[in-house]
Design a protein around this ligand. Structure first.
Ligand code: MN
Length: 298
């Protein structure tokens, strides 16, 4: 059987731009990777793997994607310099968001989230809360002599007009500068380390900080345990389980309003296709939560 080459392999009209509530925007951007490379092949690997994901979701006893529709756009063509890259991403995200689409950017390295957040604020205005699943805080002011490094993206987002706060979950690794910055800016940065999530002690304050807020969800796949997603540039031991990650995504979407998201830092390896598949399935779950599939008004 011929499978259409889009996210989830959706047949028409569920995969058409006109019908779809959701737009998958591949952004194969890689410029400042510091350890393992290959994130530019992430979008292609996620889309290919997604064609093996069952449309039927046991949690809903339904095929959610057929109800809301998912259009897969062509990969974004990017200029050379990071400031222009961010503007190109922001323009595309703004355009789809203004047309009432939920944009899901597939990366690529994490620095591209600056463009995504900027585009969302331009389309919707502020304030916007960033929910970041990640092994790393990405709060450095500079890294490898550039402010556009993947290691700085949360710091850059906090400098954007309209970005109110960043809530980080799954963190295992940070530097002195990042620890100090977080300590000095408690209203704008809240970190829940992986062990906080394991202990189940994060939900009450997380919901309090999120309730009634609009959310940009940025999902760095290294936030998950490398047993689930081994194919990523800067892996860290421990991490969020599959179940914990789904709980975070579910609570985020049910407490705030997810207005856009990205999924970054998959660096596919041919014999580690379990990683591609896990990420594809995770993106599908995150979308169904974000559009509040099956809930009143959805
Ligand atoms: Mn990151």
């Amino acid at each position: 059987m011929h499978v259409p080459d889009n996210f989830l392999g959706l047949p028409d009209p569920h995969g058409t731009e006109e019908q779809a509530r959701v737009v998958i925007l591949p952004v194969p951007y890689e410029a400042t990777v510091s350890y393992g490379s290959g994130t530019e092949y992430g979008p292609r690997a996620i889309i290919s793997a997604s064609q093996q994901v069952e449309l039927y979701d046991r949690e809903y006893d339904a095929e959610p994607a057929l109800a809301y529709g998912v259009y897969t756009a062509a990969p974004l063509v990017l200029p050379a310099e990071p400031p222009q890259v961010m503007e190109t991403i922001a323009a595309a995200v703004e355009n789809y968001t203004r047309r009432d689409k939920l944009v899901v950017v597939l990366g690529g390295e994490h620095s591209l989230s600056l463009g995504v957040g900027r585009g969302l604020v331009r389309a919707l205005g502020g304030p916007l809360t960033v929910v970041q699943i990640d092994a790393h805080c990405d709060l450095r002011d500079q890294y490898d002599d550039t402010p556009y490094s993947h290691a700085c993206v949360a710091r850059r987002l906090l400098e954007e007009p309209g970005i109110e706060q960043v809530l980080q979950l799954g963190i295992r690794s940070l530097c002195t500068e990042e620890a100090q910055f977080a300590r000095q800016n408690p209203d704008r940065v809240r970190i829940w380390f992986a062990e906080d999530v394991h202990a189940g002690s994060w939900q009450a304050e997380f919901q309090a900080r999120l309730r009634g807020r609009r959310v940009f969800l940025t999902l760095d796949v290294d936030g998950l345990d490398p047993a689930v997603v081994p194919a990523t540039g800067t892996p860290e031991p421990d991490g969020l389980s599959w179940t914990e990650t789904l709980e975070i995504l579910r609570l985020t979407a049910n407490t705030g309003t997810v207005v856009g998201m990205d999924c970054v830092e998959l660096a596919p390896v041919s014999y580690l296709h379990a990683a591609d598949f896990a990420v594809a399935k995770l993106v599908y779950k995150a979308i169904s939560y974000a559009v509040r599939f099956g809930k009143q008004g959805a």
